[in-house]
Design a protein around this ligand. Structure first.
Ligand code: NAP
Length: 299
């Protein structure tokens, strides 16, 4: 068997087109567009490239977009005051503070200061709680992207055995919770495994849908995959560098948590790395910002 490849790059384009069309419609009817502010503290190169991509996508979609760059020396009090300013700004519907923050700033305090109605990352405890009870407005972006990949690829989730490898607050726990809810792209029987799990292979072998977010390159072996299963590889691991044929510049060689070449001979569906889950995260951030505006307008 050769697995169907689930292309996050293609599904991203579908969703971005849908968002752009809705933005146009809302602008025509209500005279307002989604507003997103990205707060970047310092000059971390990975954060800069991530933020640049967010800004580019927001601009393409016709959002009102603010990039607020702050010095690494900004005090915690000044950063909290800045967030308060955007909490009160009616043209802003999504506030994103790029992590990590400098050591002298308490990340938790900063994230908790964001108005939950503008928390488009879905990390505020209020939104985490709403997710748990099935009342989420903002689903956290990477898990939301995974769910869209499943829905739009026609993978049956209702009644499926879902095994999630990893229990982080940004991927493992929220995706496990989402798959557990009654509803579209969910309604599954969910198992979460981690470093204290006794027999990882045993659990993975039971999975109709195996979602792997461990950050360990090649952790999942092909013999751990049930024939025909859907494998979602969230892992992004830098395993070396190569020179890009296009630009001549050095670029990272990325590998997932699953041995892709061998796994695709066993699985029914599989996401590649890169080009699978990765492109979905920023897409869902845009979706959440649009949702925030719609929520505000009551449409
Ligand atoms: P994390 O916070 O480091 O959590 C990793 C989880 O995997 C932990 O719960 C850990 O268990 C578990 N784990 C690690 N090694 C394991 C092993 N050998 N056996 C069983 N469980 C193991 O990582 P994360 O933030 O969730 O990210 C996971 C991966 O996804 C990373 O490669 C990251 O780069 C990638 N990622 C990609 C995107 C994207 O594509 N947009 C977004 C987010 C993350 P314990 O809890 O027991 O330590």
């Amino acid at each position: 068997m050769t697995a169907k490849i689930i292309s996050g790059t293609e599904i991203r384009e579908q969703i971005l087109e849908e968002i752009a069309a809705e933005v146009k419609e809302i602008k025509a009817k209500h005279g307002i567009v989604p507003g997103l502010v990205t707060i970047l503290v310092g000059q971390n190169p990975a954060s800069i490239s991530y933020v640049t991509l967010k800004i580019k996508t927001a601009n393409q979609l016709g959002f009102h977009e603010i990039q607020d760059n702050q010095s690494p020396d900004i005090s915690e009090a000044d950063l909290l005051a800045l967030i308060d300013k955007y909490n009160k700004d009616d043209s802003i519907h999504g506030i994103l503070v790029q992590l990590p923050l400098p050591k002298h700033i308490d990340e938790k305090k900063v994230l908790n200061a964001i108005d939950p109605d503008k928390d488009v990352d879905g990390f505020h405890p209020v939104n985490v709680g709403k997710l748990m009870i099935g009342e989420a407005v903002f689903l956290p972006c990477t898990p939301a992207g995974i769910q869209q990949l499943l829905i739009r690829s026609g993978v049956k989730t209702s009644g499926a055995e879902v095994v999630v490898v990893g229990r982080s607050n940004i991927v493992g726990k929220p995706i496990a919770n989402m798959m557990l809810q009654k509803g579209k792209g969910a309604n599954a029987t969910v198992t979460v495994v981690h470093t204290a799990t006794r027999d990882l292979a045993f659990h993975c072998q039971r999975a109709d849908i195996l979602i792997v977010a461990a950050g360990v390159p090649g952790l999942v072996k092909p013999e751990w995959i049930k024939p025909g299963a859907c494998v979602i590889d969230v892992g992004v691991n830098r395993v070396g560098e190569k020179v890009s044929e296009k630009t001549g510049q050095k670029i990272a060689i990325l590998k997932g948590d699953v041995d892709f070449d061998a796994a695709k001979q066993v699985a029914g569906w599989i996401t590649p790395v890169p080009g699978g889950v990765g492109p979905m995260t920023i897409t869902m951030l845009m979706q959440n910002t649009l949702k925030s505006l719609k929520f505000r307008l009551g449409v």
